[in-house]
Design a protein around this ligand. Structure first.
Ligand SMILES: Cc1ncc(COP(=O)(O)O)c(C=O)c1O
Length: 446
């Protein structure tokens, strides 16, 4: 019965809230919000950050080795000597002095850029957002490696792009698969807006695009007239190599390059950058101005002062020595404890190992059992837009100590062994999700 005196009648939103839903704004949000979802990694953080859990899940840079006293002095000087400038609005394109320093940071990768070509962003994550905002209409196709960076997939989804994955293997993106995928997408009547690629020390796959493939990937994109977005936050974190030549170094007109200080210095400043062809750069500055007016002046000047007064290259060496030790601990523990039917990548830099599980195991289904055994990882599905990835997981070695890494891998191997036993006794429970339509089959890394 409808009661005319009820509070629901006087205040329809009260009724709605009480009876059917908690969010009274649910009918008012833009359609695009339906595609925004918390990443699997974020959902895991609460459990994974408990001290008893060894987290091989998050990709937080390990900045415990930063010389905090020296950084504090630099920041104090910045406030004392340039405080009113540092705390003021500034250029939408970013501080000119920092842009010049950014060009020097990229020089070892063969990138020849003028400070005018650089747009400073709030982390490279904002670079991804601005590039997508400038290029993509709903329904446009973005090509991504299979698997790809979860934060990029989130941006592409928020702008209502269709992500189509391209197969990769231990040598990185497969140029022939790229060529076939572009042709198939076009045959389906869709527009490819760009290829998004992480050529160095890939997140999550841990692989690096082989030198000969770099030329081939650029050749494919040139003949198909596809823009390349090269995301390179880990490029200077190689363990055994000099910096690797960037794709941007070989085609400044076709490649938009994204860089970041998050892994080479500290993520809390939130400073990254985009290097783009001139016309694109102008659009990016307009987009940046509408998003933030200007990137944070204080952070930019702090990074600039750090680059000027500190041995930042020495600090990167310190980081890579630490990460190499952790990578070694993880690979040795995997060799020792994981079953022969699992396989994994052997990263030459960066933070991540990609594990292909023994046949029949499902990384998402196994996760609650792993957390109960006090170890966490990210299931492979987080890194695909098309529901694949159930048979893989990402392990990060960047943050825990080598001892904790060894213990985490040992615990995980125990969980896997139990799952394999169960499977032997009762058979498979999950068949995995087949890849969709014209996506290339992700045979090699899943
Ligand atoms: C491949 C990749 N791109 C971009 C980012 C974003 O980095 P930031 O916004 O801190 O520069 C990350 C962070 O983990 C990443 O792994």
């Amino acid at each position: 019965m409808d009661d005319p005196t009820s509070p629901e009648r006087a205040h329809p939103t009260v009724r709605t809230t009480r009876q059917t839903r908690l969010d009274t704004y649910v009918d008012r949000y833009a359609t695009r919000t339906q595609r925004m979802k918390a990443s699997e990694i974020r959902a895991l953080f609460a459990v994974a950050s408990r001290p008893e859990v060894v987290s091989l899940a998050g990709g937080m840079p390990n900045i415990s080795g930063l010389p905090l006293d020296a950084v504090a002095e630099t920041l104090a000087e910045l406030v004392m000597d340039h405080g009113t400038r540092a705390m003021q609005y500034s250029s939408g394109q970013g501080d000119p002095g920092l842009r010049e320093q950014i060009c020097a940071v990229m020089a070892p990768e063969g990138v020849v850029a003028h400070p005018d070509d650089v747009v400073v962003t709030v982390g490279s994550q904002q670079g991804l957002d601005l590039v997508t905002r400038v290029f993509c209409d709903p329904g446009d196709v973005v090509l991504c490696e299979a698997p790809s960076y979860v934060g990029a997939l989130g941006v592409f989804s928020a702008y209502e792009c269709e992500v189509v994955h391209v197969a990769m293997d231990d040598q990185g993106l497969q140029p022939e698969a790229l060529r076939r995928t572009i042709a198939a997408v076009r045959a389906a009547g869709k527009r490819v807006k760009f290829l998004y690629t992480i050529p160095n020390f890939h997140n999550p796959a841990g692989v690096t695009l082989a030198a000969e493939r770099r030329t081939q990937v650029l050749d494919v994109c040139t003949s198909a007239d596809v823009l390349v977005v090269e995301d390179n936050p880990y490029g200077l974190l190689g363990f055994d190599t000099d910096p690797i030549r960037a794709l941007r170094a070989d085609d400044a007109e076709r490649v938009v390059y994204l860089g970041s200080f998050s892994k080479t210095f500290a993520p809390g400043f939130r400073v990254g950058w985009v290097v783009a062809p001139h016309a694109v750069r102008e659009k990016l500055v307009l987009a940046q101005e509408s998003a933030t007016l200007c990137p944070p002046t204080f952070s930019q000047l702090a990074i600039s002062a750090y680059l000027t007064h500190h041995d930042w290259q020495g600090q990167i060496k310190h980081f890579t020595t630490m990460y190499r030790e952790r990578r070694d601990a993880m690979l040795t523990a995997l060799d020792e404890h994981f079953p022969a039917t699992a396989s994994w990548t052997r990263p030459a830099g960066g933070f991540y190992v990609w594990v292909r599980l023994p046949p029949g195991l499902d990384a998402s289904a196994m996760l609650p059992r792993a957390v109960t055994a006090r170890v966490a990882y990210v299931p492979g599905t987080a890194f695909y837009a098309d529901g694949t990835g159930t048979t893989a997981m990402r392990l990060s070695y960047c943050y825990p100590s080598p001892e904790r890494i060894r213990e985490g891998v040992r615990r995980l191997a125990g969980v896997m062994a139990t799952d394999l036993q169960l499977r032997e006794m009762f058979g498979a429970t999950d068949a995995g999700v087949p890849s969709r339509g014209y996506s290339s089959p992700h045979t090699d890394l899943t």
